[in-house]
Design a protein around this ligand. Structure first.
Ligand code: GAR
Length: 207
C-alpha cells in the first residue's frame, strides 16, 4: 500500500477524484497527508472530513529556502510518503525535495506540455492563452516534477478539442473531466509499479 502526500492550493477537485478511487479500492494507496500554502483551502475540509491530517505551509515563516525545504522534507519523512502528488499546487518545489522524490513526485497540467506551460501558466490563465493562440487542440499532461516549472518527464497526455464558441470556462470544464480520469489512472499505475523508465522515456505497462 503506497503512502501519498497531496499538495493542493485551490478547489481540490483533482484531490476528490483521487480520493474517490482510493476509497473504492481501485488505487492501492492511502493519503497520508494533505499540504497547502493556502491557510484554509477547500481541500482541507474534504481531507479533514475523512480523518486525513492537513498542514498549512507558509514559506514566509522560514528564514531561508534551506529551512523551508528541510521542513517539507521532515513532514514527508514523518508521514513515510512514497509518492508526492501536486494537484493545483502552484509554488515551485525546493530542489532538495525534488531530488529526494525524483521519479516519485508528479504534477498535472491543464494543457499539452511543453505548450502553454512554465511560470505564470496555471489554471484559467492556461485556457485563456490556449484560446487566444487559436490552436484547435489542447489537453492534459501528467509529468514527473523536476526543479523547473512544467519541464519534467511526461508520463501521460490526452487531447481535448477546442470548439468554436469555447470560453475559458467551457474549455476548462472539458479539460477538468479528462484530468479527473487520467490523474487517478497514473497514480494507480505508479502504486502498482507499472511506470517504467526506458532510455529517458516513460512507459506504462498494462494492468
Ligand atoms: C487543475 O486544472 C490543474 O490542472 C491546475 O490547477 C487546477 C486545480 O484544480 N494546475 C495547474 O495549472 C498547474 N500549473 P483543482 O483544485 O480543482 O484540482
Amino acid at each position: 500500500m503506497k503512502r501519498l502526500a497531496v499538495f493542493a492550493s485551490g478547489r481540490g477537485s483533482n484531490f476528490s477524484s483521487i480520493l474517490e478511487q482510493i476509497q473504492s479500492g481501485n488505487i492501492p494507496a492511502k493519503v497520508a497527508c494533505v499540504i497547502s500554502d493556502n491557510p484554509q483551502p477547500p481541500v482541507f475540509s474534504i481531507a479533514s472530513s475523512v480523518g486525513i491530517p492537513t498542514h498549512w505551509i507558509n514559506r514566509k515563516q522560514f528564514s531561508g529556502g534551506d529551512e523551508y525545504a528541510g521542513f517539507l522534507l521532515s513532514l514527508l519523512v514523518k508521514y513515510e510518503v512514497d509518492l508526492v502528488i501536486l494537484a493545483g499546487f502552484l509554488k515551485l518545489m525546493p530542489a532538495p525535495v525534488v531530488k529526494r522524490f525524483k521519479n516519485a513526485m508528479i504534477n498535472i497540467h491543464p494543457a499539452l506540455l511543453p505548450n502553454f506551460g512554465g511560470q505564470g501558466y496555471f489554471g484559467m490563465k492556461v485556457h485563456e492563452a490556449v484560446l487566444s493562440s487559436g490552436v484547435k487542440t489542447t489537453g492534459v499532461t501528467v509529468h514527473f516534477v523536476d526543479e523547473h516549472y512544467d519541464t519534467g518527464s511526461i508520463i501521460r497526455q490526452e487531447k481535448v478539442d477546442v470548439r468554436s464558441g469555447d470560453t475559458p470556462e467551457s474549455l476548462a470544464h472539458r479539460v477538468l473531466e479528462v484530468e479527473h480520469r487520467i490523474y487517478p489512472w497514473v497514480i494507480k499505475a505508479f502504486c502498482e509499479g507499472r511506470i517504467k523508465h526506458l532510455n529517458g522515456r516513460i512507459e506504462i505497462e498494462d494492468e
